[in-house]
Design a protein around this ligand. Sequence first.
Ligand code: HEC
Length: 193
Amino acid sequence: MKVPALIALALPALLAGCASGPSAEEQAAMVADARKASGVLIQTLGGELKTALGEKGPEDAISVCKVRAPQIAANVSKQFNFDAKRVSPKNRSPAGVPDAWEAEAQAGLEKRLAAGEKPETLDTWQVVATPAGKQFRYAKALPVQPLCLTCHGGPAKIPDGVKARLAAEYPLDKATGYAPGMVRGIVSIKRSL
Ligand code: HEC
């Protein structure tokens, strides 16, 4: 079949346009935004967690993680036009299961940590093709700090009251046994392009 000359010329250009995705500048801007967004999420949640641990004790602080963490993630998503959440291969929340990209991203960050990178600055990103179109994906490591151990440490670090609450509310909990400096999970950020 004879393809009209104009289409024959235009088609490769159109396809090339589709395949190239966002420019380097656009990607850099999204990464900067994702870093800001994950920073806001981490700072806000960390602040509320510290206050609750100090004022109400660890058992009541569990509700900050359960109720406030998803709300803070939703607010940050709205503010930055992202879809932001926390996930972990050893999830506590049933909503915290990573997808394939997230699991691979965290494994990659853990390798970089083992190779000597600082846990606080570990992040990664990629523009991926999905059946629904291109997507910007970003992952930032959540390193375990001493304060996390009250609820994510080994059995000796978790007070009995907290153990009982966690057992009651999260019967399938996998998120214990951590030590400081390990990657507890990631802030995962997505944007459809
Ligand atoms: C007071 C107890 C408590 C403390 C302290 C705490 N967490 Fe959690 N964490 C939880 C609970 C409860 C959940 C499940 C939240 C939910 O139901 O959405 C959770 C969930 C998470 C998740 C989401 C993935 C998953 O496993 O479901 C991450 C990531 C996480 N915590 C990281 C941390 C880090 C990092 C720290 C320290 C900076 C920390 N947590 C401190 C109780 C705590």
